[in-house]
Design a protein around this ligand. Structure first.
Ligand code: 5GP
Ligand code: MG
Length: 189
């Protein structure tokens, strides 16, 4: 991990590294059920959920199924945004790689992302959805990192907070790897 520009993230692809588990699969699923209840209680109408790809795909899939158990019946769409490259350094610029298909005007929208770090990605997504004429926009993240924000934004719903470490698993990658891990952790060796 010494060279942040390495396309393999500095990790030998032939070897499974060791991880420190920060949030286990069981902890995550228990917390997601609570989060679903909070979201259901927030009274959003004709809900449209927009998940930010790629990092949130596992979280969004589990949260949507938890929402079903609390009788929330949203429409679901995706937007692919890019801010991270193949390394751990944010470029600071957010761009749309794939836009939403659905009409957003007049809808209550819940944006789902994996991590709130500088806040640029979530702020960009929120501005985009407002600009499309949403009547209400809320945000939900799996992890809020305890770092200063570059953009003035807080998530309305968050599962966990964590320190300023680079995390992988549960949908989140390092150079396209480790998305399949059933926990959130960090590479330790
Ligand atoms: P922000 O725009 O808030 O600085 O960063 C948010 C985006 O950066 C997240 O959607 C996520 O894709 C990526 N990101 C931020 N921190 C991490 C991290 O620790 N691990 C991984 N895999 N991605 C991260
Ligand atoms: Mg992301």
């Amino acid at each position: 991990m010494d060279d942040p520009t390495a396309t393999d993230g500095g990790i030998d692809p032939a070897r499974l590294p060791e991880f420190e588990v920060l949030f286990s699969g069981a902890e995550i699923s228990a917390r997601i059920q609570e989060l679903a209840r909070e979201i259901a209680d927030s009274g959003m109408q004709r809900l449209l959920v927009v998940a930010i790809l790629k990092g949130s795909f596992v979280f969004a899939a589990d949260l949507l199924r938890a929402l079903h158990t609390v009788d929330v019946r949203p429409e679901v769409d995706f937007v692919t945004l890019s801010s991270y490259r193949k390394n751990q350094i944010s470029s600071g610029q957010v761009s749309i790689l794939r836009d939403v298909d659905l009409e957003v005007e007049g809808r209550d929208v819940l944006i789902i992302d994996d991590i709130l770090e500088s806040g640029r990605t979530l702020a960009f997504a929120k501005d985009l959805i407002w600009a499309r004429g949403a009547s209400r926009v809320s945000t939900c993240v799996l992890i809020e990192k305890a770092v200063p924000r570059a953009a003035d934004i807080a998530a309305d719903f968050k599962a966990f907070r964590c320190e300023d470490v680079f995390v992988v698993g549960y949908g989140m990658d390092l150079a396209y790897r480790f998305r399949e891990l059933p926990f959130v952790g960090r590479v330790i060796s």
